[in-house]
Design a protein around this ligand. Structure first.
Ligand code: ADP
Length: 160
């Protein structure tokens, strides 16, 4: 079985992302976390910072690799001779966007399959956006992100 790609902005990685990566690594022999540059989203962290944090955060996840990618996901699949995309599905609100993405990717590459995994219930309402908002208002994010991420966010907001 080939590698599965786990794409995202990862701005920054949360415990929800880690939960999904662990689940994916139990199913696929290799998981490649693809950090999308995504300038349109105006990320808080640069792509290189997000890659570094993802590497640190995912280091306990077996068989995972982290890469940065700025092109079309289907081209990334081709480069890695892969066909599976992993996405996390939280609340129903994720569904519409994910549905559109999955069909668009399949239209661009017929062999592309998107596999949706559900996180542990405690991460269902967790998002990078929420974590950043809490941190910006000096709230405690210890329960939501690994320590390396918490320290970097706190450092970032001290400078802003
Ligand atoms: P994107 O900008 O592509 O949505 P994100 O970094 O926000 O990138 O998310 C990457 C993937 O991880 C998405 O499939 C998203 O649904 C999933 N994800 C993010 N947070 C969680 C969470 N708390 N639980 C499960 N999946 C999550």
């Amino acid at each position: 079985m080939k590698a599965a790609l786990y794409p995202g902005t990862f701005d920054p990685v949360t415990n929800g992302h880690i939960d999904i990566a662990v689940r994916a690594s139990r199913i696929f022999p290799k998981v490649i976390a693809v950090v999308a540059e995504n300038p349109a989203k105006e990320p808080l962290f640069s792509a290189d910072e997000r890659v570094e944090l993802a590497k640190e955060s995912f280091k306990e996840v077996p068989q995972i690799e982290v890469i940065k990618y700025s092109g079309l996901l289907v081209n990334c699949l081709r480069e890695y001779n892969a066909s599976v995309l992993i996405r996390g599905l939280r609340a129903l609100s994720d569904f519409e966007y994910e549905f559109q993405m999955a069909f668009t990717n399949r239209n661009l590459l017929a062999s592309c399959e998107t596999v949706f995994l559900m996180p542990s219930a405690k991460y269902t309402y967790l998002s990078s956006t929420m974590v950043k908002q809490i941190a910006q208002l000096k709230g405690d994010i210890t329960a939501f992100v690994p320590d390396c991420v918490r320290l970097k966010i706190e450092e970032k907001y001290r400078k802003i």
